[in-house]
Design a protein around this ligand. Structure first.
Ligand SMILES: C[S@@+](CC[C@H](N)C(=O)[O-])C[C@H]1O[C@@H](n2cnc3c(N)ncnc32)[C@H](O)[C@@H]1O
Length: 281
């Protein structure tokens, strides 16, 4: 994209964002005035993490973590791209008091809300703001292709990411897989959601909702937008399997999602569950 086209795209997205925020703030005010605002949930203006019912999707993702990933109740958990606590909130009722949860995200306001509303009541839940660039969520910061997660090696037993890798480019996916592997203890588990491209999902692409047709192709990845690749990304399943193995994981389970025509899946995106392989010198 040329320089002027890029500026014009940025201006238009900022205006759209401002209008959306203004509308969400108006809804928040109306809910507040009617005494219907629930302080346990983030205000509408902070629910930027996707469409659908905030609470229902959080519970759905807890079911995915437990059913597909056997999420332990007593462990050290890391969530990459925790947003505004959609999954952390239901986790507060699932994890034992001796478990720890750490989540990090690039959106400062979301992290601040989580600290104020979740950490205050559940001190074993900690939230971290990171200044990493993502053209959908944060325009400045370190590249996600080289970012080092702010935790020492072997800090966690279970690392997960919901709807995060679906906003990353190929080099960013590679780095986040390697970093997830680094911070996991030996034998630790990794669960993440993706849009996986395979013969089945490729066949369905033309009949999908507009947002999930991924018309722009670059190597093993497809993109929903050519102006801003972070809007939504899909990746060739065979290539991703290779990257996961190269990062040092063994794949335990792949559950194709509803988007790929699997009506019995618990969720829309595809879910991949892996285990850290013992280090071989
Ligand atoms: C679709 S939202 C999902 C949020 C959360 N996982 C959930 O399910 O509610 C994607 C999240 O990833 C965060 N994000 C995007 N790029 C990131 C990066 N490179 N590192 C960490 N978080 C990132 C965004 O700020 C956003 O909160």
């Amino acid at each position: 994209m040329g320089y002027l086209a890029r500026i014009s795209y940025l201006v238009r997205t900022q205006i759209t964002r401002l209008l959306r925020n203004a509308h969400a703030t108006y809804v928040d005010l109306r809910l507040f005035a009617a005494g219907k605002a629930d302080p346990r949930l983030p205000p509408m203006r902070l629910r930027f993490v996707g469409s659908g019912d905030f609470v229902e999707i959080g519970c759905e993702m807890l079911a995915v973590l437990v059913t597909y990933g056997n999420l332990p109740r007593h462990a050290r958990i890391l969530e990459i791209g925790c947003g505004v606590g959609r999954v952390a909130l239901p986790l507060t009722t699932y994890l034992g008091a001796d478990a720890t949860y750490d989540g990090f995200d690039v959106v400062r306001k979301a992290v601040a809300w989580c600290r104020k509303r979740i950490t205050n009541e559940h001190p074993n839940f900690r939230f971290h703001h990171v200044t990493v660039r993502n053209t959908l969520y944060r325009f400045t910061g370190t590249s996600a292709a080289t970012f080092r997660f702010p935790f020492p090696d072997h800090s966690f037993d279970f690392v997960f990411a919901v709807s995060l890798f679906t906003h990353l480019t190929l080099q960013e996916v590679k780095n986040y897989l390697l970093e997830s592997h680094r911070v996991l203890s030996s034998d630790g588990h990794f669960l993440a959601t993706f849009f996986l491209l395979n013969s089945g999902s490729n066949r369905l692409l033309p009949s999908n909702d507009r947002d999930f047709r991924f018309p722009f192709i670059d190597g093993p990845m497809r993109f929903a937008s050519d102006k801003n690749r972070a809007v939504a990304t899909a990746i060739d399943e065979g290539v991703l399997r290779g990257l996961i193995q190269d990062a040092g994981f063994g794949i335990e389970r792949v559950v194709h999602g509803k988007w790929a025509g699997n009506a019995s899946s618990l969720t829309f995106q595809d879910v991949v569950v892996c285990r850290k392989r013992p280090h071989t010198p």
